[in-house]
Ligand binder design. Structure first.
Ligand SMILES: [Zn+2]
Length: 99
């Protein structure tokens, strides 16, 4: 992330290659559109809010943030950029059903 070396392979950027690539990754929690039912309106929202705040208070700020929104930025050399484009999800892919 310093713009001087490739975060993939450690190669010196702009000395060893004429172009560098900046990869920005943003991940955030997505919720389905809210559908409000009578049951929702009858819930004790104050109690629920207290429970939620209690859960959040027990988590660290970073853990709570990780669950909602994170961004990353990486510098890549042309070779690592091509490798990334080949399979952007390679780092997180697991066999189906493997958990
Ligand atoms: Zn590289």
């Amino acid at each position: 992330m310093d713009g001087l070396t490739c975060d993939g392979c450690g190669e010196t950027l702009l000395l060893d290659s004429e172009v560098r690539y900046v990869l920005r990754v943003e991940g955030f929690a997505a919720y389905d559109p809210l559908e409000i039912t009578r049951q929702d309106l009858e819930r004790d929202l104050e109690e629920e809010m207290r429970r939620l705040l209690d859960v959040l208070a027990k988590k660290g700020a970073e853990e709570a943030q990780d669950e909602v929104h994170r961004t990353f930025q990486f510098d890549l050399c042309p070779r690592c950029w091509r490798d990334f484009l080949q399979d952007p999800l390679s780092a997180i892919r697991r066999p189906a059903g493997g958990g």
